[in-house]
Design a protein around this ligand. Structure first.
Ligand code: MN
Length: 308
C-alpha cells in the first residue's frame, strides 16, 4: 500500500482537522482521522500527517505546495549529489504550480539563468516563491519576463481532465510538461547551452524517465533533480515565480468567467465555490474549471443535492 507523509504547522493541521473530521476513536497521539476515496488520512499532534492508500499521492498533493505546509526534514525523495559550486553555474530550472489546486490549470515553467545574471536576479528580489505574497510575485515576475529566457506551458482543465480520464497519472502529466518546457527552452537559447538543468523534484529520477518513455525528445544531458530546488539555484526560484504568475493570471480569467473569485487550494472554500458553479450553471461546467478527479467534486455535489 502506498503512503505519503507531510509535516505541517499548527495552522494547517487545524485546517486539515476541519477538512477530514474527527472520528469517535483516534489512534494514540492523533488529532484527526478521515477517509476519502482511496485514501485514509491521519494527523498527529507532532504535525505529521500520514496519507495511506492508492490515492495517497493525489490526496497529499492537495496540501502540498500550500504556504503553511512544510516537508519532512528527511525528504521522501532523495536529492542526488550536485556538482560543486552548482548555485553559481548557468542553469535551466523548472518548476510547476497548480497540481494541488482543485480550480485552475497546471502551469510549468523552465527558466534559464546564466551565471552573470545571478546578481541581477537577486537584486530583483528573486527567491523562494513560498516566502512571497501574490502581489510581490506578480511584480517580480513582470520584471523577470523581460530579462531571462523561459518557456511556459499551461495545461488547462479540459485537457487535464481528458488526460487524467485516459488513465494518465498526475506524475506522468507533470513529467511530460517539464520535459516539453525544457526541450522548448533548449531550442530557444541554442546554440547556447546551460551547464546544467535542475528540475524541482516531484518524482524519483527513474520514475521521471519511465514516464517519458514514449516522448520523442527527452532532455537528459546534465539534468539534476532536487527537492526544494528554489534554494539550490535561482533558476528554479525564477521558474517557480513565473509559473505562479501564470497560474494567478489563469485563475483571474476563471474568476471572471465564473462571476466570482475562484479559490485556490482544495479545502472547504473550494467545495462551496464548486457548488455555486453547479447551481448557477450545471455540473458539466466543472470540467472547464476544475480537476474533476479531486474529492472536491463529490463534496460540491453533496452540498448542492443536500445529502451526505
Ligand atoms: Mn516544485
Amino acid at each position: 500500500m502506498s503512503h505519503t507523509v507531510l509535516v505541517v504547522n499548527d495552522k494547517t493541521l487545524q485546517k486539515m482537522k476541519n477538512h477530514y473530521g474527527v472520528p469517535a476513536s483516534l489512534p494514540a497521539g492523533a488529532v484527526f482521522a478521515g477517509k476519502v476515496d482511496g485514501c485514509s488520512v491521519t494527523g498527529y499532534r507532532s504535525g505529521k500527517v500520514l496519507f495511506q492508500g492508492k490515492n495517497a499521492a493525489v490526496e497529499s498533493a492537495k496540501w502540498d505546495g500550500q504556504a503553511a505546509v512544510s516537508k519532512p526534514k528527511k525528504a521522501s525523495v532523495p536529492s542526488e549529489n550536485l556538482p560543486e559550486g552548482f548555485s553559481a553555474m548557468s542553469v535551466i530550472g523548472s518548476d510547476e504550480v497548480g497540481t494541488g489546486d482543485y480550480f485552475g490549470p497546471i502551469t510549468v515553467v523552465a527558466a534559464y539563468v546564466e551565471k552573470n545574471r545571478i546578481p541581477d536576479l537577486k537584486a530583483l528580489g528573486v527567491r523562494d516563491s513560498k516566502d512571497m505574497k501574490d502581489p510581490e510575485i506578480i511584480s517580480v515576475a513582470k520584471d523577470l519576463l523581460k530579462i531571462i529566457p523561459y518557456s511556459l506551458l499551461i495545461l488547462r482543465n479540459e485537457k487535464y481532465n481528458d488526460l487524467q480520464e485516459s488513465g494518465m497519472s498526475q506524475g506522468k502529466i507533470k513529467a511530460i510538461l517539464h520535459n516539453q518546457a525544457l526541450a522548448k527552452l533548449h531550442g530557444k537559447i541554442a546554440p547556447d547551452k546551460p551547464e546544467a538543468v535542475l528540475i524541482d523534484q516531484f518524482a524519483e529520477k527513474s520514475i521521471y524517465y519511465r514516464h517519458l518513455k514514449e516522448q520523442k525528445r527527452v532532455i537528459q544531458e546534465n539534468v539534476f533533480f532536487s527537492t526544494k530546488g528554489e534554494s539550490v539555484h535561482l533558476a528554479v526560484a525564477a521558474a517557480s515565480i513565473l509559473a505562479r504568475y501564470a497560474f494567478l493570471k489563469e485563475m483571474d480569467q476563471l474568476s471572471e468567467k465564473a462571476g466570482f473569485t475562484v479559490p485556490k487550494g482544495a479545502g472547504p472554500a473550494v467545495d462551496k465555490a464548486a457548488a455555486r458553479l453547479i447551481r448557477t450553471y450545471s455540473e458539466s461546467i466543472l470540467r472547464h474549471f476544475t480537476k474533476l478527479h479531486f474529492a472536491n467534486t463529490e463534496k460540491a455535489k453533496k452540498i448542492v443535492h443536500g445529502f451526505s
